[in-house]
Design a protein around this ligand. Structure first.
Ligand code: C2E
Ligand code: CA
Ligand code: CA
Length: 489
């Protein structure tokens, strides 16, 4: 480029000088009438300036072209922010600089919530206009030296040099607040509001290389999205990248299974120990791929961690209710539910509409809650449970006896069933007698409170006999029936 510029300048000057020289010699032949001579000299001098003018124009065009070329390869054409390639170049440079100068910096990934809906409802032009406005807002909350890139579609990534967790938190908070208060003007004069979700990671605390850092921020973003959007997430402690990578693979596996509708309910009967009749079926989730059937223990915790449980619950309920309808089943269904699901706004309306669709009655539904997913706001859950019980739904405490808050749970919630933790039941026939004593006491306590008891993990006839003689009402386990894809007993 510099070489081209020199050539243009040199040739313009050369042309200019030679035209001037030619003009001067021509002027000698013009008759010596002073006004004629002056006019010709002036015209020739003006002509001699042309090469310079052309040269200047050429140079200007070249600079504009160079700017366009640079813009095209480094910037996003809609927002003029850096593109993905530049983001990675800057990220690698920033890691080097931050190592040399020993400071922290933050990678922030921001994704517009429900952008697909804006595009679908109002069209791509409006979608683009929204993204442009969004990019202006994003630029307004960061500092001058910060780098923002449009990573892809409605996904933006920023590098905030010399910025630790607490400073990043402030930037993210400001962005979320501005977006919540921002009204985007539509072409028809009405306005819409949209929020964003943010994932962040700090170098070197959360990862020591660019890929790792990005992976952490991306995982935090998907957690923010899946736990309800319009929020930010920072890793709580030092993150183990290897763990995260495997969790990342698991998340992809789960998302794929949801997309391909490979999440299916299996049914395990719960029987009355005296009459051997089926009281209910517990719905247990499975991922069924052509190669293998994965049980809940393989993926349920990961699904809860990544916030995919609501989607799984939906798929399960829909298929389980469909089975209820197909089989003309009028008994009860026990569904495992994380307490968090109960307080989600969409849960009850979704449940109700599915029940209406398949003709399932509230009295057929029993929700099993565990303390695995600890919830701080017990009183909120208490209110929900009481409201749902008044509507005819029933509740059970799962894995009762396995943790400290089990007794807290029966004190706080009105429940209908206690499912005694399978580990006690399985060991009832052992020598120590301890499990037997625990199970008998739980059965007595439940009877006093008017709560029915269920024994899980009944793996043999001997255990079933013990369960019966301990005063337990219902039993479930491999000895009676393994979970199966159909409701069988
Ligand atoms: P859980 O609710 O205590 O479910 C009982 C687990 O024990 C099930 O494993 C079941 O297949 C297994 N099981 C049944 N009978 C026996 C037996 O006789 N012996 C032994 N050793 N095991 C038996 P699964 O399906 O892998 O579920 C594991 C846990 O995952 C469940 O424990 C439950 O807490 C959770 N889970 C399962 N399905 C769902 C779901 O749809 N949503 C939620 N949130 N959690 C679920
Ligand atoms: Ca259960
Ligand atoms: Ca259980």
């Amino acid at each position: 480029m510099i070489k081209n510029r020199t050539i243009i300048i040199a040739s313009s000057l050369f042309l200019c000088l030679s035209t001037a020289a030619v003009s001067a010699s021509l002027a000698l032949f013009v008759p010596d009438v002073s006004w004629q001579k002056n006019l010709v000299v002036e015209i020739l001098l003006i002509l001699s300036l042309f090469p310079i003018i052309i040269g200047v124009l050429l140079l200007r065009n070249m600079t504009t072209f160079a700017r366009y070329a640079e813009q095209y390869s480094t910037r996003d054409s809609l927002t003029s922010l850096y593109n993905q390639k530049m983001f990675w170049d800057f990220l690698r440079d920033e890691i080097e600089r931050s190592r040399r100068q020993d400071y922290r910096f933050t990678v922030m990934i921001v994704d517009v919530d429900n952008f697909k809906a804006i595009n679908d409802i109002y069209g791509h032009e409006t979608g683009d206009a929204y993204l442009l406005e969004f990019s202006t807002i994003f630029k307004s909350v960061v500092r001058k030296g910060d780098i923002i890139a449009r990573y892809s579609g409605d996904n933006f990534a920023a590098i905030l040099p010399v910025c630790d967790e607490s400073q990043a938190y402030i930037v993210a908070k400001r962005l979320l607040e501005i977006l919540r208060d921002h009204f985007f003007l539509l072409p028809n004069g009405s306005t819409i509001q949209s929020t964003a979700s943010i994932g962040m990671a700090v170098f070197p605390d959360h990862a020591k290389d660019s890929e790792g850092l990005f992976l952490v921020a991306e995982t935090m973003l998907s957690q923010a999205k899946l736990s309800g959007k319009d929020r930010m997430r920072l890793p709580s402690d030092e993150v183990n990248i290897e763990l995260l990578k495997s969790a990342g693979e698991k998340s992809i596996f789960i998302m794929e299974a949801i997309r391909k509708k490979q999440v299916v309910p299996y049914f395990q009967p719960i029987v009355d120990v005296k009459e051997n009749s089926v009281l209910a079926y517990e719905v247990l989730t499975r991922i069924v791929t052509p190669q293998k059937v994965y049980t809940a223990v393989d993926f349920i915790e990961a699904a809860e961690g990544m916030g995919a449980i609501a989607k799984i619950d939906y798929l399960l309920m829909e298929q389980a209710f469909d089975a209820v309808k197909r089989n003309g089943y009028r008994g009860k269904l026990f569904l495992n539910l994380s307490p968090k699901a109960l307080v989600m706004n969409e849960f009850i309306p979704t449940l109700r509409s599915l029940m209406d669709k398949y003709g399932v009655e509230p009295s057929q539904m029993v929700f099993e809650i565990t303390e695995r997913d600890t919830v701080k706001n017990l009183s909120l859950i208490e209110k929900t449970i009481n409201g749902m019980r008044a509507d005819g739904f029933r509740f059970a405490i799962d894995d009762f006896g396995s943790g400290y808050s089990s007794f807290q749970y029966i004190k706080t919630f009105q429940v209908d069933f206690l499912k005694i933790d399978g580990e006690f039941i399985r060991n009832m026939t052992g020598n120590s007698g301890l499990e037997n004593a625990i199970v008998k006491n739980i059965a007595n306590l439940a009877m006093t409170l008017g709560i029915k008891t269920i024994a899980e993990y009944v793996e043999s006839q001997a255990i079933l006999d013990n369960v019966r003689s301990s005063g337990i009402d219902y039993a479930q386990g491999y000895h009676i029936q393994r979970p199966t894809v159909e409701m069988v007993h």
